[in-house]
Write a protein that binds this ligand. Sequence first.
Ligand code: DX5
Ligand code: ZN
Length: 225
Amino acid sequence: MTFDRTPKIAPSILSADFANFGAEIEAVEAQGADWIHVDVMDGHFVPNITFGPTTCAAIRPHIKTVMDVHLMIAPVDPFIQAFADAGADFITAHVEAGPHIHRTLQAIRAAGARPGVALNPGTPASAVEELLDLVDLVCVMTVNPGFGGQSFIDMTSKIKALRSMIGDRPIHIEIDGGVAPGTAKSVVDAGADVLVAGSAVFKGGSVQDPTPYGDNIRAIRAAFA
Ligand code: DX5
Ligand code: ZN
């Protein structure tokens, strides 16, 4: 995987049909998805539960692009190896998930995956300043994590601060939450290059009728092109 900062759309399967992940992933990739964003929630770090490493391993063969696993769990460390073994390309942990995020990021790299660090809306950019030499991705949450379909929270100044802090390092800036055609341009202009979008990509479509997925992805791209 070569690094580049061209904007990428990463549909979140949180908004897909949970009984049909394999076909949903294949449909959304055929409709133009660049990465597949996989939201893991534990009912403890966030007030919702999705699925764990077994589901990640099961969907992996259906992903041709990039498997981007977002862990909204605490603790993280006991589960890193299982998510790496499931075939995750990126494993992102929250800076708020425990006292030893530095160790967590080292462990993700040691397990063979690319480490990412996520920041909740209430966490400042400075919280990751000492971690930038350990990560391949910084995820800026533009909603409080736990649910799809929430309203976008403007984090423009945080994104700009991170973009300048990152400098020439090959680190992606990912935006997660409330991304839609109306919000995509502001985050790309501020320096983001990976746009997670759940409800805005999956709305109106299905495995049987996937064309809306492509229309929705093109509408987001058109907003920042
Ligand atoms: C929120 C998740 C997001 C979510 C985004 O906790 O981390 O990835 O699926 O959904 P939308 O795009 O609907 O805000
Ligand atoms: Zn996410």
